[in-house]
Design a protein around this ligand. Sequence first.
Ligand code: CP3
Length: 354
Amino acid sequence: SANDAPRAQQPSATYDSAFLKACRREPVPHTPVWFMRQAGRSLPEYRKVREGIPMLESCMRPELVTEITLQPVRRHDVDAAIYFSDIVVPLKAIGIDLDIKPGVGPVVERPIRTRADLAQLRDLTPEDVSYVTEAIGLLTRELGATPLIGFAGAPFTLASYLVEGGPSRTYENAKAMMYGDPELWADLLDRLADITTAFLKVQIEAGASAVQLFDSWAGALAPVDYRRSVLPASAKVFDAVAGYGVPRIHFGVGTGELLGLMGEAGADVVGVDWRVPLDEAVRRVGPGKALQGNLDPTVLFASTEAVEAKTREVLDSAADLEGHIFNLGHGVMPSTDPDALTRLVEYVHTRSVR
Ligand code: CP3
């Protein structure tokens, strides 16, 4: 009988999850929800296991990565896990001299400003990040039917750290290269596209059920410049992983004017921050793509009643969408009350029952 069908012919354990169904724009029993930066500083159990271990070192310890990735799944009952790592991990893995400074972010010792500096970049091999393969093996066994989201930084956002040498508000050095030496800029982004692709492939081949490309800082760009100087590199990444058939999510902050282009780059799901309501975002993105978002993360500092009212606004704005994954409009802020996140998951689940 059909029940005796060999296991190998069955889709993966996560295939029928609400999260993957929503990514594929299929009907769901409830709106799936997860949070960007759900694994991390808002959780006391995270701070406890990280004590005395530098951020980048913690990303290279498979058991620790597994524990930190699972913590928000256990605590909040979210519909997906996100792999605990950082966007600069593949850059560190190919030998770029960088560190993640607490309270600051990634800092690069020798910023990339000239063609000669490009020599700092080499291709990423699976052996460079064998701890990722190992951690994802452990994780997928523990997660069972809960999907694991792999991720990487998009070429522009990685370039912003490499060229500036650290976090920036203006991206003056990166933009100076983009406008002033478009050939060098294109070569830099093209190399970063290959590194990002290799990093995503490692995660998918190890068992990640979906991938998210974080172009967090792309909102600093005008559409004309995004299309000319950034989209080709991001599209190269999306094309290169298309064959796996895992959903590809594309997210940035302040990208209201870029939503159409970010979909065009090759995403199946477009992440939206809180500045554009989802019913407007779907018009900008166009048909055929799911949307992810978009509660303002600072709403979680307000009363439960206020959180619920703002959550209803998000769900109502998504009422006519095919394919909605509930998320915040950006990452969980470190001082967020974890209980507010747990309540929010429960509220989205009960409120959206079909
Ligand atoms: O989402 C998750 O829970 C998975 C883990 C994750 C981290 N970084 C862990 C982390 C993810 C998905 C990221 C992505 C990331 N890293 C992005 C894109 C997402 C976004 O927020 O827009 C960016 C831009 C970075 C670069 C980066 N790394 C920043 C800006 C910071 C914060 C600096 C600070 O301390 O304020 C980091 C450090 C970092 N990445 C931490 C964590 C848990 C904190 C490190 C610590 O605990 O010391």
